[in-house]
Design a protein around this ligand. Structure first.
Ligand SMILES: [Zn+2]
Length: 201
């Protein structure tokens, strides 16, 4: 596996070569630019997204990492200075344009999730449309944070819990989920059936 798997840090010939070698999967996280308490920068969800996406991609194998989508949907944080939020439509159009672009380059599989919980609903909502519009791309998405919270809490390692407790004051299933991936559970096979959603009709 090449040292560098972030799409945005590769040259186009390197990406062309990666595709030839079977790197036909892309991992995409949707983050945010929003407040994270008085002690953390606005890019927190985005930084987490890059870190987690890279770990997931390396576990999946033959996968590249797309630029993390940010800003995301953060209307609920607009009372805090500096937060930037997208409208639902803009966010969904951005996701769609990512898929469209990647499909045109010949990527066959897109693993998509979020490092900011506020993006979950909008992401979930657009999946059927993506499946209809891009039947040539297999879209695997984890978007249902509430349904899997018990499983994720059970699975999350103590270390992950501690890390997450430092990051925020209450459990965030999406954070636990991504930590769980990184703790060595292969995805999506080992997650509960409904959590790994293939966006095929
Ligand atoms: Zn967030």
């Amino acid at each position: 596996m090449p040292d560098e798997i972030l799409l945005e840090r590769l040259t186009w010939p390197e990406i062309q070569e990666a595709l030839k070698e079977g790197y036909d999967t892309v991992v995409l996280f949707a983050g945010s630019i929003e407040q994270h308490g008085p002690h953390l920068p606005l890019c927190t969800d985005t930084v987490l997204g890059y870190e987690l996406a890279e770990r997931v991609a390396r576990k999946m194998g033959k996968a590249l990492v797309a630029p993390v989508i940010r800003p995301g949907l953060s209307e609920h944080h607009m009372a805090f200075k500096g937060t930037i939020t997208l409208s639902r439509e803009t966010f969904q159009s951005t996701v769609r344009d990512y898929v469209k672009s990647l499909a045109r380059h010949g990527f066959k599989r897109l693993a998509i999730t979020f490092s900011h919980g506020g993006n979950a609903g909008a992401l979930n909502e657009i999946l059927p449309q993506l499946a209809n519009e891009f039947p040539e791309v297999e879209i695997l998405a984890v978007t249902d944070i509430e349904a899997h919270a018990p499983f994720l809490r059970r699975q999350a390692s103590m270390k992950a819990r501690q890390a997450f407790t430092q990051e925020n004051s209450r459990p965030q299933p999406c954070w636990l989920m991504t930590r769980t991936w990184c703790a060595g559970i292969s995805w999506p096979r080992d997650l509960p059936e409904t959590s790994a959603k293939t966006a095929k009709p």
